[in-house]
Ligand binder design. Structure first.
Ligand code: ADP
Length: 497
């Protein structure tokens, strides 16, 4: 039967979805289930891996039933997943031995402290591209092996398997045939050597992790396993962690392309090409989606703690707006701001400043300023913070930024997108279809299936609007240097901090 569709499994922190794409990149159907969050103790976050698998299976079945598509018409499945979340299961029964420990979970902070004390910080940075933090999978795996009764003995006897959510899903969908992951997910474990592209013995030793628990690492666009759907074999042909899948879905397989997801926080990733770079500005180095005929590409990653959350603050705490979408007309309805800056350091300052004790501040208020000006300055803060991270990426990589691809809730704001383009002095490119993460995973699968070529990505990803810079250099430079002054004054070390 002719292959007419590609399916994406999009397993996120709050929901599990299946999306059926046609070969033009259009969405035929989506099915979704909310995922139960468990908070057993303060700072702990868990998911039930069995619920994750069941929801993925159910939503897949739903899109198939909804559309009436024949399983033989599916060219392949691509998986994209919440990154770093850690599952350990019994090889024989396929049952998890503990809940999935979610990336947000902070319980392994003490393990991280011990690693730091043993002098491994620079080793971790150089070989994994990461910083020692509870966020990544390695210490979560160690915690399970140490705290679940009998786990270490079973692991040493080769009876346990570890995986991020992609590995877990593939294991279950392939009926225990395959224990695999891809480069982009492996690079988030803090156990994978991103220079040599293999599991890092020094770190495995430091965390006391037996190699028998580790999945085989594959190219992101390759065959990962076979799903048996009502007697029909459908191959899983693509796998990538959510942020790297989004970069890929945005066409970011080329050096110099960056994407920003404007959600509650913002996630910025920039493809820096074939050379492994270590950041001098507190950014992470990670692996992009890998393709069979190409050398691996490296990605710099930075996140902004308070992005769209600043708009929620305007709504929920300041009561200045009723909903986020009002902000666009308000920003456009008043003249350009000259000297007003909101620095939303509500959770400290992230990359490239790294000041956990900084607090939010407003600078430049005069009597003629009110609600609308504060709203506009808050919206502009998202663009300024993005420029701070992009500048760090450019400084680290020596790359020129060619274009910023955007997605996420706040990318709907036309004023913000135009201001972003002006302040960066590069085009800002917003796609029509904002499901770029799922599209990225589908593309990886479609390329391996042979229904798409890499060059097709540009056509599959239709542009909704391209915002071109219109601000003159002097205005841009003045505004940005005033923003930088405002940030400097906000730092906890500042004399007025
Ligand atoms: P997440 O996936 O993190 O939940 P979303 O991608 O759904 O986030 O984006 C929601 C965020 O975007 C919210 O913080 C909201 O305040 C902000 N937002 C949504 N629409 C707009 C808009 N038109 N202008 C500015 N911010 C917006």
């Amino acid at each position: 039967m002719k292959k007419k569709y590609v399916v994406a499994f999009d397993q996120g922190t709050t929901s599990t979805r299946s999306i059926l794409f046609n070969l033009q990149g259009g969405i035929e159907a989506i099915a979704q289930k909310e995922l139960t969050q468990f908070y057993p103790q303060s700072g702990w976050v868990e998911h039930d891996p069995v619920e994750i698998f069941n929801d993925q299976r159910t939503t897949f079945h739903e899109v198939m039933v909804k559309t009436g598509v024949h399983p033989e018409e599916i060219a392949g499945i691509g998986i994209t997943n919440q990154r770093e979340t850690t599952v350990v299961w019994d090889k024989r029964t396929g049952e998890p031995i503990y809940n999935a420990i979610v990336w947000l979970d902070k319980r392994t902070t003490p393990i991280c402290e011990v690693l730091k004390e043993s002098g491994l910080e620079s080793y971790v940075k150089e070989h994994t591209g990461l910083v020692i933090d509870s966020y990544f999978s390695g210490t979560k795996l160690k915690w399970i092996l140490e705290n679940v009764s009998g786990a270490r003995e079973k692991a040493l006897a080769g009876e346990l398997l570890f995986g991020t959510v992609d590995s877990w899903l593939i294991y279950k969908f392939s009926n225990g045939e395959k224990h695999v992951t891809d480069h982009s997910n492996a690079s988030r474990t803090m156990l994978f050597n991103i220079k040599e592209l293999n599991w890092d013995n020094t770190l495995l030793h430091a965390l006391d992790i037996p190699t028998s628990v580790l999945p085989k690492v594959q190219t992101s666009s390759s065959e990962f396993g076979i799903v048996d759907y009502n007697g029909h074999a459908i191959p899983i042909l693509g796998v990538a962690g959510d942020q790297q899948a989004a970069l890929f879905g945005q066409g970011g397989y080329k050096p110099g392309i960056a994407k920003n997801t404007y959600g509650t926080g913002c996630f910025l990733l920039m493809n820096t090409g074939k050379k492994h770079l270590s950041s001098n500005n507190g950014l992470l180095t990670t692996l992009g989606c890998s393709l069979k005929e190409q050398e691996i590409s490296y990605v710099l990653e930075g996140s902004i703690f308070v992005g769209g959350a600043a708009i929620q603050w305007l709504r929920d705490k300041m009561k200045l707006i009723e909903n986020a979408s009002e902000t666009e007309a308000i920003c456009e309805g008043i003249p350009p701001l000259q000297n007003l800056f909101v620095v939303p350091a509500f959770a400290g300052l992230g990359a490239p400043h790294w000041d956990a004790d900084a607090k939010g501040a407003i600078y430049g208020l005069t009597l003629d300023m009110g609600r609308e000006e504060v709203i506009k300055a808050t919206v502009e803060a998202l663009a300024y913070q993005t420029k701070d991270v992009i500048n760090a990426m450019i400084a680290d990589s020596d790359n020129e930024l060619l274009s910023l691809k955007v997605d996420g809730g706040a990318s709907a704001n036309n004023y913000l997108m135009q201001f972003q383009s002006d302040i960066l002095d590069v085009p800002v490119d917003r796609p029509k279809m904002l499901e770029v993460t799922a599209l990225g995973a589908a593309m990886l699968a479609g390329i391996e299936a042979g229904v798409w070529r890499l060059e097709d990505i540009e056509n599959l990803r239709e542009v909704d609007r391209k915002f071109l810079p219109t601000m003159d250099d002097e205005t841009r430079n003045t505004k940005y240097s005033k923003w930088q002054q405002a940030v400097t004054r906000t730092k906890s070390t500042a004399s007025n901090g």
